[in-house]
Design a protein. Structure first.
Length: 226
């Protein structure tokens, strides 16, 4: 860490700050946000296939004079596994349990049913969490692959999605700013500890970071000759 260089930053007003959240990354990661109409629906193709299967598959449609001759045939029609040709007997039983979890007639946990279905179809672990913002109405379900999202990554996405972090402008010019208005530089999104996170990004000690925090707007009266 540098001990002789100062870093200056000013906070972007809360009502103007922008989150770095990118919905396109969810598609790449095969993760989903859904459940609260007020906040939209961000899903991927396999998610839609699994939900359709959980809602429409009827295990009584299997047998003589039925649409499907075997349970395997029905699953391959709705949710063919990725990278292989069939499900094992144990996986077929797991699909039945996923349908029970999704079905409101049982001890319903629809999100866990979807996670089970995605795990069976894609061959890797899925989990879910309810993300929450600053108000009671700020919530949404997040279903994600566990190999890409740990607890910290989920928490950061929650902060970005509801934009509960803070945006700061970090000074990157040679001049020394005398006030917040003099700060010119790049946008930096902060999740928890402002001084620490900016210091780590700039390679200085936290005590070498000078901050101008947002302190509200001020209206100034204007006059004209009448």
């Amino acid at each position: 860490m540098s001990s002789n260089r100062k870093v200056y930053a000013r906070q972007v007003p809360w009502e103007w700050q922008e989150s770095p959240w990118d919905d396109e990354q969810l598609k790449t990661d095969k993760a989903a946000l859904y459940g609260n109409r007020s906040y939209g629906r961000y899903v991927f193709d396999e998610f839609e296939q699994v939900v359709k299967a959980l809602e429409e598959m009827d295990w009584e449609d299997v047998g003589v004079a039925c649409p499907y001759s075997t349970e395997q045939e029905m699953l391959l029609d709705y949710v063919p596994p990725v990278g292989r040709n069939s499900y094992t007997d144990e996986e077929i039983e797991a699909w039945k349990f996923a349908c029970q979890m999704y079905n409101p007639d049982y001890g319903r946990n629809a999100q866990w049913g979807i996670c089970m279905g995605l795990t069976l179809m894609l061959g890797k672990g899925y989990d879910y969490k309810t993300l929450r913002g600053s108000c009671q109405s700020d919530w949404i379900y997040f279903i994600y692959p566990t190999d890409l999202y740990n607890d910290e990554a989920v928490r950061c996405l929650e902060t970005e999605f509801f934009n509960t972090g803070e945006e700061w402008i970090v000074h990157d010019e040679d001049t020394v700013p005398e006030c917040a208005e003099d700060v010119r530089g790049y946008s930096f999104y902060v999740y928890d500890n402002i001084r620490k996170e900016i210091a780590e990004a700039e390679g200085v000690d936290p005590e070498d970071v000078v901050l101008w925090g947002y302190d509200g707007m001020r209206s100034i009266p204007k006059y004209k000759i009448s």
